[in-house]
Design a protein around this ligand. Sequence first.
Ligand code: URA
Length: 267
Amino acid sequence: MTGGDDLEPPLWEQLAEQRAELPQGIRLQKVLAATGWGSRRVCEELIAAGRVTVNGAVAELGRRVDPDHDRVELDGAPIGVRPGLVYYLLNKPVGVVATSKDTHGRPTVVDLVPADPRVFSVGRLDADTEGLLLMTNDGDLANRIAHPSHGVDKEYLVEVDGGRVSAGGLRALRDGVELDDGPTAPAKVSQPQPGVLRLTIHEGRNRQVRRMCEAIGHPVTRLVRTRIGPVTDRSLPPGEWRELTTDERRRLTEAVARSGHRYDPSL
Ligand code: URA
């Protein structure tokens, strides 16, 4: 007896109908959580707060996306880590140049990290400066971090000549000092020891810290970068590198986005 078959559509038709009804894409909170933005619950809250956009439009809770094609942003910054992108934190030693090639044949930072994929350094660090340097093949993030208008803080430990810096000298650094390429933005400064400064700036002008200290009469004798936005590491030995953690990458992206500037791919 085949009466049932007459009443029911054939199995393959049922399956096709079910497939057509299946929602397309992956839930946005799942995509956010998978790229390290917190638990799904936290990610739902980000969406509910209107901080997430898909292809430029504020996303609603329940939205599904195709992570390969949709442009998902949090606070205006892309969330995803595309396959093949790497993010290294290097503790650059003195004497190593932060470019890929040096005309004087000095060792370069690319000699200290894996050769494949090819990475480049984010922003500048003088050959005679030590400390933390980000290296990546993610051009977008590199440009956004290095761009002064995005205001990612960089913290330096600075040893200066001339002993204790006076209150007036510290105030000048805090207020901004006049350099030959214009005044510097206000810096955060403390003096943990006489002649040692902890200085935080967000601009990335050429030899800026050295010129700022020179301008207040205290030439720099040693300069170490100790923090880039939220990224710091006291136990990474000079010459060594490690990958950024997912959390560091997320907080770095957040720090760039928080500066209030929308991601501009032309930068
Ligand atoms: N400021 C400097 O003067 N040099 C650096 O390498 C970084 C900041």
